[in-house]
Write a protein that binds this ligand. Structure first.
Ligand code: AMP
Length: 281
């Protein structure tokens, strides 16, 4: 396994793999890897002859006051995990390799980015679209792997691939959860014992919503009210949003119909957590 922060070197290695007829699988991450990331890595490994994982805590997708500085970083551990999976290459660029001093070009998606998390994290998806475009241009993968955990990000990147004519497949894989059903996230390590107990209410509220829909409830506001009640019964939880939306355009749905996404963002203490579920009515 090669670990490199050099764009030129990475391009040369990938060119060689392509000349050998290998398909290129790519998993972009911010590192501090857990089983959620590894599920993407394993699938890439299964489907592609040459697998690249990028580890880059992208400053452009963090807003002022967010956790860019203290975001967990652990390259040694990540390297070991990826070596065990037989990954071919880790791309681990420094900030100034991706964003040199005079950097001035950004990529912005104009419809989906203002919904859900976009209402509260201004500029976040612009940062995501910019870095992923750069990574796609450096690596030129055949397939790229993303998690449903960040559902909005995944659909925005699908749109980016189609609107900017990238020639690659976007794969979206299911959310991996811990034993207690909390969605795995690099940020879970910020949680105290008590906060973690409160955080379990995110998934319980999604399951509650699903069961209400299965029982015939068709009023989104009623469902959201029941979810709020459950989450707010936990100390230290503060809801940023709970939305029931169309899975493609992310528009709010007042009435439950067809296949839909229930998505939420909740602060537990100072930690912002997101989770979601797709339900068919
Ligand atoms: P991140 O390092 O947080 O930028 O995540 C890198 C990729 O891993 C993204 O496509 C995430 O959606 C995905 N991911 C993060 N957590 C999970 C999880 N619990 N299950 C599945 N995929 C995940």
């Amino acid at each position: 396994m090669i670990v490199s922060g050099s764009i030129d070197k990475v391009r040369k290695i990938i060119k060689k793999a392509k000349q050998q007829g290998k398909t290129i699988g790519f998993v972009p991450t911010m590192g501090s890897l857990h089983c959620g990331h590894m599920s993407l890595v394993k699938r890439a490994k299964k489907e592609c002859g040459f697998v690249i994982v990028s580890i880059f805590v992208n400053p452009a997708q963090f807003g002022p006051g967010e956790d860019f500085k203290c975001y967990p970083r652990n390259l040694d551990k990540d390297e070991n995990l990826l070596r065990q999976e037989g990954i071919d290459l880790i791309f681990y660029p420094k900030d100034d390799v991706m964003y040199p001093r005079d950097y001035s070009v950004y990529v912005e998606e104009g419809q989906l980015s203002s919904k859900l998390c976009g209402q509260f994290r201004s500029g976040h998806f612009k940062g995501v679209c910019t870095v992923v475009t750069k990574l796609f241009n450096i690596i030129v993968p055949d397939s790229a792997y993303f998690g449903q955990k960040d559902y909005q990000q995944a659909v925005i990147l699908k749109r980016l691939v189609s609107d900017l004519n990238f020639s690659l497949k976007v794969r979206i894989l299911p959310i991996i959860r811990d034993k207690d059903k909390l969605a795995l996230s690099s940020r879970n390590r910020y949680l105290s014992e008590i906060e973690r107990q409160s955080a379990l209410s995110l998934y319980s509220s999604l399951l509650l919503a699903k069961s209400l829909i299965k029982k015939g409830q068709r009023d989104s506001n009623e469902i959201i009210a029941a979810m709020k009640k459950l989450i707010l019964s936990k100390k230290t939880a503060k809801i940023e949003y709970i939305k029931i939306v169309d899975i493609q355009n992310l528009n709010n749905l007042d009435k439950i119909k067809g296949k839909l996404l229930i998505a939420l963002a909740v602060y537990v203490g100072r930690t912002r957590l997101i989770d979601n579920i797709i339900v068919s009515a």
